[in-house]
Design a protein around this ligand. Structure first.
Ligand SMILES: *Cc1c(COP(=O)(O)O)cnc(C)c1O
Length: 429
């Protein structure tokens, strides 16, 4: 598979180069030059396949030219080595739990896949790759954990001091080894601006920088896998309506890609908080980026979603077709809290704030389409957002076994001023 830049002025590259570069030299996002079409027999007989086999069939057309099949199989097996259960909440609504990975968020899937690809590629080149990433919480932990111990790769994570939850901070500051956390005395926007500047700085060319955000194809594409795993567990005769809590829209765009390859889906819901740029576009046809506002579902506080251009490309810029496939909803913080409280008390199911946004949007849609059923993507474990969950239910969520060990570890971070010069000096030292 070749990947071309959506800005159209850089040359097409293979999967390996697209992964190592992150973004094309013309600053465009990479996009596959064709969408693979999966065999109908594969879709119909999917239930008989293991997660690894099915994953391989989905990913081989995308990565096969750059990674031998046996290696890719192994990478996928490691990536998806935890469950992806589809759990029924109420009669029409299920939750696809994507938080059973090591950092309790769906970003583990993309981070684990990308780290292993980079590890494989760096075995063959004699220089270290530096992964530089800014995080508002979940990305940092997933990337730190996914890349820990991967040879030939050093990871540098910038996070805003005091603005991530305790579990999130522990996840990104306790790895050690090839992972370094820079604790920036500023906002997430400061962190992101510093990282962006680093990617544009010619002086840093010598250290082989790449990004681990969902603009990277190796993080974006494997997110298709759990849409397939959900369908393996889908019991209804009609295809599901799928609600995706969205920020940068990598997750939703991966689902649309799976659907374009043949995965049956009734309809997609773009579930957003107050940052409703895409729902606005779906309703009006006008895309107007705005400055992000802070909400309770802070991993979705994005004012100009980076993957939106990929959605446009997938539908050849036809607003009518996009709006026929996807409906957008804006859910307020107040409704998010109400939803967490209500779903807990009615069904005994505890949602995190992001999942709650998706639950509410899906519920609204199904009320208007009572013959349909669906599921939401529960993108993080509620324990990552204890204050919000407590505000809604009066009780902090229980720390799952898998996260308890974190509280015995010691935080290691390097304090940094929110200025690019500080980052540059540190990177070059
Ligand atoms: C990153 C994140 C999202 C948003 O995903 P996108 O692919 O950026 O749309 C939603 N929920 C949680 C918990 C996240 O960490």
């Amino acid at each position: 598979m070749q990947y071309y830049s959506l800005n159209k002025s850089a040359s097409p590259v293979d999967f390996r180069t697209a992964t190592l570069q992150g973004q094309a030299p013309d600053k465009g996002l990479y996009f596959p030059e064709h969408i693979p079409v999966l065999d109908k027999a594969l879709i119909a007989g999917m239930d008989h396949l293991s997660k690894e086999e099915l994953g391989l069939r989905v990913m081989l057309p995308y990565a096969g030219g750059s990674i031998p099949e046996e290696v890719l199989y192994h990478i996928i097996a490691e990536t998806v080595s935890f469950p992806f259960p589809l759990v029924e909440i109420s009669a029409g609504i299920s939750s696809l739990e994507l938080f059973h990975g090591p950092t309790l968020a769906f970003k583990d899937v993309g981070a684990r896949f990308m780290s292993r690809c980079l590890g494989y590629f760096s075995e063959k080149q004699n220089r270290e790759t530096t992964v530089l990433v800014a995080t508002s919480g979940d990305t940092g932990g997933a990337v730190a954990n996914g890349f820990l111990g991967v040879e030939g790769v050093r990871v540098v994570i910038l996070y805003p001091s005091g603005k991530v939850s305790p579990v999130q901070e522990l996840q990104l500051t306790t790895c050690g080894a090839n992972i370094t956390a820079l604790e920036v005395t500023g906002s997430f926007d400061d962190c992101q601006a510093m990282v962006k500047e680093a990617f544009m700085d010619a002086d840093l060319q010598k250290i082989s920088l790449t990004s681990a955000n969902s603009i990277n194809v190796a993080r974006w594409l494997p997110q298709q896998l759990y849409y397939f795993y959900a369908y393996q567990q889908w019991k209804s005769t009609q295809p599901p309506v799928i609600a995706v809590p969205s920020g940068n829209f990598g997750n939703l765009c991966a689902g649309l890609l799976a659907n374009a390859s043949g995965l049956p889906v009734q309809h997609f819901i773009a579930a957003c908080n107050e940052n409703d740029i895409v729902p606005d576009y779906l309703a009006s046809g006008n895309y107007t980026p705005r400055k992000a506002v802070a909400t309770l579902s802070n991993a979705m506080d994005v004012g100009d979603p980076s993957n939106f251009v990929r959605i446009l490309q997938l539908f050849k810029h036809d607003h009518h077709k996009i709006a026929a496939a996807v409906t957008g909803y804006r859910v307020s913080d107040e409704t998010t809290l109400e939803t967490i409280r209500d779903v807990k008390s009615r069904y005994g199911y505890l949602l995190d704030p992001h999942g709650a946004v998706a639950y509410n949007a899906l519920d609204q849609y199904l009320n208007e389409h009572p013959d349909q059923k669906g599921f939401l993507l529960e993108t993080a474990h509620p324990v990552k957002f204890p204050q919000t969950v407590a505000a809604a239910t009066g009780q902090e969520p229980e720390v799952p076994e898998a996260a308890k060990h974190l509280f015995h570890k010691t935080k290691h971070s390097i304090p940094m001023r929110p200025q690019y010069e500080a980052l540059k000096e540190w990177l070059l030292q």
